[in-house]
Design a binder for this molecule. Structure first.
Ligand code: NAP
Length: 272
């Protein structure tokens, strides 16, 4: 029984040896908005390479589901609720991580909302407050909270989840596009400031990834057929295809990369 369990850990369903990357062994990774989609895939990618991952989102039920899923994959995981727009929730997330994991090495700031679709000129102050608070300000404030703890560990990695919408305005998504452009700027500004503390700051700019958030787009055949014309790889991306980029950016393999945002979009053509 035991030997079968051990064998299944070391081989994939085809009986081939699994490649184990343990370069995050002993590291602690906080991933915001990580009970679904790209955040969950990032937690999975980091956890599979040995990190203790801390997952969170607004709903306790979603947290419980994500923790169970990761535990079933033998990933070391801690879960808690955290609405990144609330200061007390951000502080609770960091404190719980310190109490239960002893430090912080990696922050993946992934949370975002799209509360508005239409002409930017019709968007309201409330919409701007919400988008900037969740998509941008919380990324900065999470950074501010974790940096002193990364410094205590001798360094760390921060990854912001931006979007190709940060480079190319998407029709109807004006304020969201602006928020994602702001993350490109935040990455550039923080990188030189945190480099002396051995903290690298990078971003990822996904294209259309098949998740709940993007479902109004990929479920619409007309939108998808127009979108595909701009792609070299003519399909939506998978959340794991962004999780792997995030884990690469946090790894030693990316030790000379900081201040960059890597686009993973299936070759989205901006000049179309
Ligand atoms: P998703 O699959 O819909 O998952 C969203 C996650 O965020 C859920 O776990 C949700 O859980 C959590 N969440 C929502 N609001 C939150 C808040 N205020 N505080 C904490 N957690 C919150 O979304 P996704 O597509 O993976 O998007 C993740 C990131 O990728 C976002 O920054 C998005 O802008 C970016 N992105 C996505 C695409 C795409 O095509 N999908 C493309 C480019 C960029 P709860 O409901 O329990 O809070």
């Amino acid at each position: 029984m035991w030997s079968r369990a051990v064998r299944s850990l070391w081989t994939n369903p085809l009986g081939q040896m699994r490649m184990f990357h343990s370069n995050f062994a002993g590291k602690v990774a906080v991933v915001t908005a990580s009970t679904d989609g790209i955040g969950l895939a990032a937690a999975q990618a980091l956890g599979q390479r040995g990190a203790h991952v801390v997952v969170s989102s607004r709903s306790q039920a979603n947290v419980d589901k994500a923790v169970a899923l990761l535990q079933n994959q033998n990933i070391r995981v801690t879960g808690t609720t955290c609405n990144v727009g609330k200061g007390e929730d951000r502080e609770k997330l960091v404190q719980l991580t310190l109490d239960q994991c002893g430090g912080i090495d990696i922050l993946v700031s992934n949370a975002a909302v799209i509360p508005f679709f239409g002409k930017i000129i019709d968007s309201t102050e409330e919409i701007w407050d919400e988008i900037l608070s969740i998509n941008v300000t919380s990324s900065f404030l999470m950074t501010k909270l974790v940096v002193p703890h990364m410094e205590k560990r001798g360094g760390g990695n921060i990854v912001f989840v931006s979007s190709i919408a940060g480079y190319q305005p998407m029709q109807g998504l004006g304020p969201y596009c602006v928020s994602k452009s702001a993350l490109l700027g935040l990455t550039k500004v923080l990188a030189p400031e945190l480099a002396p503390s051995n903290i690298r700051v990078n971003g990822v700019a996904p294209g259309m990834i098949k998740t709940e958030m993007s479902s109004p787009f990929w479920k619409n055949e007309e939108v998808m057929s127009e979108f595909k014309k701009r792609l070299s790889i003519k399909r939506t991306g998978k959340a794991e295809e962004i999780g792997s980029v995030i884990s690469f950016l946090c790894s030693e393999e990316a030790s000379y990369i900081t201040g960059e945002t890597i686009e993973a979009s299936g070759g989205f053509n901006y000049g179309f």
